[in-house]
Design a protein around this ligand. Structure first.
Ligand code: ADP
Ligand code: MG
Length: 602
């Protein structure tokens, strides 16, 4: 039915995708981490060129000089009279190098194990994962100690130990993602095209897993530097006289009270490196996977963010139950906002059915969700306009009042009832819950009311059906439950967002007539969103046509259907096939195509 709707009308150009690096720099903390880290890496890389004394050169006469006392030893000296600044730079060089090397080794081996295990599945997976489980069974510092004990102390052995104990984190993470990808359609398609396993892993799976690997690397690198320092601190990593941050800290321990600076200097350095790595790691994770973004700040708020720069326009339809005035809703990405709804004005009279029609992506759902502040924000933001519900501006209401109106004054019916119903509660419980959200009734009464509602939406044998779970119902019945829940508190307005799009034609007709009947019986106002003029013709009194976030035409359904003004409306109407019109349908589409080509050429 929506044959011509999808292809013929070009959508507005979307915003350009922001590069990951730019996204990273938008986080101030991550940028600070990145700058500090780059600075440190530059310094330790240039260590041989810097005018530093040799880090191991002792001078017993100059023991334990305090920092900032002599220009020759800017950070002071340790118990053997070695220059702390020089040892710090060379020591950081060793620590950073070992930490990064261990990260790379762990990432490489862990990712290969994870990829193979997740992709192969079955016995291979079982075997590999039990091996990983064995590694994970020990506390990892203990395991690292045991490995170094077996291999003998030394910096390289510490590196191996740290890498080995971190392999499970990579293997587990990568396996989890690979497992989900291994049976996705695009991987099956690659297999059917005759690609080998290796090539599929390399070109189909790995690119999808790569962000996870990078995220895990960036979040564990700081950790690994800390662990290396820990081993050196215990005397199992860097051996004297070589400096690394951990061994410097260990040597400073003996002088902690007489000359605290010997321990504090490397301690601060470890702190700075790990903090900057963690800040950067968090930033990388947020940039690559916004879904994982930590902290409560990024969770969608209970109502859409409102950021009106212009004063609210007055209510031009004071009689209407719902009146939307020049509504503007957009989605913010960083500094700019992409508009999705651009100055929409609509009104809904009491007891009226208004159809809102337009192709997919024209902004119908965003308009509908804006009414009760249900557009998730971030990223959603209402940038202008006003919404008057029974004369009261919804956008300037306190949050609690708005939330209390949801379901009681305005109720929604969504497209796919299987995703909006809870899979582990019976439908009776769910309808009862919808009632209980706004009315305090006893259990018994709630159940009776729920069954009565199910009867009203003509679920056969409602009393028995109330104990069924959503998956035991057909699509049409589930949508009836959705309608029952919307009716639960006798709302004045029902907003139905493509409630029949997921249903087949006969069920659609039944649901439509049910909705129409309930609406007239209860004198509710119904905002009916669809992309199908056939449906509009069946139940709506008036219709508003939406395109690219704007209303292009409104009027009585009959008038719009018989004398459409806007070319877009004409096209939408032409898409509705008529019964008995089969042989004339194709010529009609051809004519339509021809007129469009002509339009495009102009
Ligand atoms: P429809 O008319 O099919 O219901 P929508 O209202 O869902 O269309 O979408 C309108 C526009 O808003 C589309 O261009 C879509 O890309 C954009 N949009 C919707 N949700 C989001 C979101 N969460 N983030 C960014 N853009 C969105
Ligand atoms: Mg939609």
């Amino acid at each position: 039915m929506s044959l011509a709707l999808q292809d013929n009308v070009t959508a507005p150009a979307g915003p350009q995708r922001i590069s990951t690096f730019k996204l990273l720099l938008q986080s101030r903390l991550a940028s600070i981490g990145l700058v500090i880290l780059l600075l440190l890496v530059a310094i330790v890389l240039l260590a041989p060129l810097l005018p530093l004394v040799h880090p191991d050169q002792t001078a017993p006469a100059n023991r334990l000089i305090r920092p900032f006392v002599t220009a020759a030893h800017w950070l002071g000296t340790d118990q053997l009279g070695r220059d702390l600044l020089s040892r710090l730079v060379w020591g950081s060089r060793v620590s950073i190098a070992v930490g990064f090397a261990a990260t790379l080794v762990a990432a490489l081996i862990g990712s290969v194990i994870g990829l193979v295990s997740g992709y192969a599945g079955g016995r291979t997976d079982n075997l590999m994962m039990r091996g990983i489980d064995m590694l994970m069974a020990f506390p990892y510092i203990l395991l690292a100690l045991a490995i170094v004990a077996a291999l003998g102390p030394g910096l390289m052995n510490a590196l191996y130990a740290i890498a080995i104990v971190n392999i499970p984190f990579f293997a587990r993470n990568v396996r989890g993602v690979t497992l989900g990808l291994a049976h996705r359609e695009f991987v099956d398609a690659a297999r059917l095209s005759g690609k080998g396993h290796l090539s599929i892993l390399w070109s189909e799976v790995l690119p999808n897993v790569a962000p996870v690997i990078v995220i895990t690397m960036s979040t564990t690198a700081g950790w690994m530097i800390l662990e290396t320092a820990g081993l050196s601190f215990l005397g199992l990593g860097a051996q004297p006289p070589q400096a690394d941050l951990g061994s410097m800290l260990g040597e400073g321990r003996a002088q902690l009270f007489t000359a605290p600076h010997v321990a504090i200097v490397p301690g601060l350095m470890i702190f700075v490196i790990v903090i900057s790595l963690n800040l950067l790691g968090d930033g990388v994770r947020d940039a690559l996977d916004p879904g994982l973004k930590s902290g409560a700040l990024s969770r969608p708020g209970p109502v859409t963010r409102i950021d009106r720069t212009k004063p609210a326009p007055p209510n031009s339809q004071p009689e209407a139950i719902l009146s939307i005035e020049q509504l503007e809703t957009g989605f913010s990405n960083g500094n700019s906002t992409t508009p999705a709804v651009r100055g929409v004005s609509l009104h809904l009279d009491r007891g009226e059915c208004l159809g809102l029609i337009g192709e997919s992506g024209s902004g119908k759902s965003v308009t509908a969700l804006s009414i009760m502040g249900l557009v998730a924000s971030p990223p959603g933001v209402i940038t202008g306009g006003a919404i008057y519900l029974d004369g009261e501006d919804v956008l300037s209401m306190p949050e609690t009042r708005l939330i209390s109106l949801r379901g009681s004054k305005v109720a929604y019916i969504f497209q796919d009832p299987l995703t909006t119903l809870h899979p582990t509660y019976t439908i009776g419980q769910q309808v009862a819950e919808a009632i209980a959200a706004h009315q305090s009734l006893g259990r018994r009464e709630l159940r009776e009311r729920a069954i009565a509602l199910l009867e009203q939406v003509r679920i056969p044998d409602a009393a028995a059906r109330a104990d069924h779970y959503p998956h035991q119902l057909s699509g049409g019945q589930r949508q009836r439950v959705g309608i029952a829940m919307a009716l639960a508190n006798d709302p004045d307005v029902i907003i139905a967002d493509e409630p029949t799009t997921a249903l087949d034609v006969t069920v659609q007709a039944e649901i439509l007539s049910l909705l129409k009947q309930l609406q007239t019986e209860r004198r509710m106002a119904l905002l009916f969103i669809t992309h199908d003029f056939g449906v509009v013709a069946q139940i709506c009194d008036r219709v508003a046509v939406m395109k690219d976030g704007e209303i292009v035409e409104t009027g009585q359904t009959r008038t719009v259907l018989t004398r459409p003004h806007h070319p877009y409306t004409k096209r939408l109407i032409a898409c509705v096939p008529e019964i008995g019109d089969g042989d004339r349908f194709l010529p009609r589409v051809e004519k339509l195509m021809a007129s469009q080509t002509k339009e495009a050429a102009q």
